[in-house]
Write a protein that binds this ligand. Structure first.
Ligand code: GDP
Length: 288
């Protein structure tokens, strides 16, 4: 739903992040993941970096380039459909990239080993599984989904093609140790790369509303029966909660005794808004 130009109103032009500090959003164990990845580089011909197409610039980890950049590097922007999961072009691209690069001590090796890197929850495992399905007609070898930022214990080697013989190395998601700004962190969080509770569902839902309005992406209005767009997160969440029955009874003390009133469950409504956005059901949104 887009509004005609005449219906435009004054949306917030800036978002107030309330002095938040991104440093607290970086889980310490990610440094270990990056170290493991560096140690495995000797066994690797090429890197595929997977990043979210909704944030082509924000939150790409510069440490990938700095620490792993001695190998050829292919950037896959995932979740275009969020996205076309067939990835037919990846293996020919990789084959060209590796055969036109110096393979150093791996020159004699007939098999290709490719390390798949990216921030948490960006779709690394999904990419590996879809390539495996496409080229080997085999099912899942890599676990999809789950909480962002939980380290995979080992870097698993998964076959994705017979000719050329190609293996992909699945890796733990690693965020940049210093995310460039609170806003970049917020975008990463909306895309599921940072655990929601570290950032806070309430402020994330508010930033999402701010973005949707700024981009005139008003499909939330009809979906939640709001009547008209709003820039006020509290009234939007109230409507979402009432529409989806996410309410709870609270006792209120009045002059004439206790009465039970129905109160919206704001955190549940905020979570619902985020979940719906991540499924692509609030429309296609470019956050950068
Ligand atoms: P990883 O942590 O980088 O390995 O990410 P996963 O492969 O586990 O994917 C994280 C979530 O994103 C899962 O819920 C996937 O179903 C979803 N996902 C991955 N790729 C795509 C995509 O291209 N489009 C959409 N809509 N969802 C995707």
């Amino acid at each position: 739903m887009r509004l005609a130009a005449g219906a435009l109103r004054a949306w917030r032009q800036r978002f107030d992040f309330g002095g938040r500090d991104v440093a607290a959003w970086f889980p310490g164990h990610m440094a270990k993941g990056l170290r493991q990845m560096k140690e495995s580089l000797r066994k690797v011909d090429c890197l595929i970096e997977v990043h979210d197409a909704r944030i082509p610039f924000s939150g790409r980890n510069p440490a990938f380039q700095e620490s792993l950049g001695i190998r050829p590097h292919l950037l896959v922007l995932n979740k275009m459909d969020l996205a076309d999961l067939t990835h037919k072009a990846v293996i020919p691209l990789i084959t060209d990239l590796v055969s036109s690069s110096q393979r150093y001590q791996r020159a004699e090796n007939v098999e290709y080993c490719i390390m798949v890197i990216g921030v948490p929850n960006v779709g690394k495992s999904s990419l590996i599984n879809s390539m495996r399905r496409l080229h080997l007609k085999k099912g899942k070898a890599s676990r999809v989904g789950g909480e962002p930022g939980i380290t995979k214990a080992v870097l698993t080697r998964i076959q994705v093609s017979e000719r050329p013989l190609m293996y992909l190395l699945d890796t733990p998601g690693v965020l940049a140790p210093r995310i460039e700004s609170v806003e970049a962190g917020m975008k990463l969080a909306l895309c599921g790369a940072i655990r929601d509770h570290l950032v806070g569902e309430g402020i994330m839902a508010d930033y999402l509303l701010y973005t949707l309005n700024k981009q005139q992406q008003f499909s939330y209005v009809e979906r939640y029966g709001l009547g008209e767009p709003s820039d006020d997160i509290e009234s939007v969440l109230k409507r979402v909660a009432l529409k989806l029955g996410k309410t709870h009874k609270v006792k209120v003390l009045t002059g004439t005794g206790d009465v039970n009133v129905i109160a919206p469950d704001y955190p549940a409504a905020a979570y619902e808004l985020l979940r719906t956005f991540r499924k692509g059901e609030l429309g296609q949104v470019l956050l950068d």
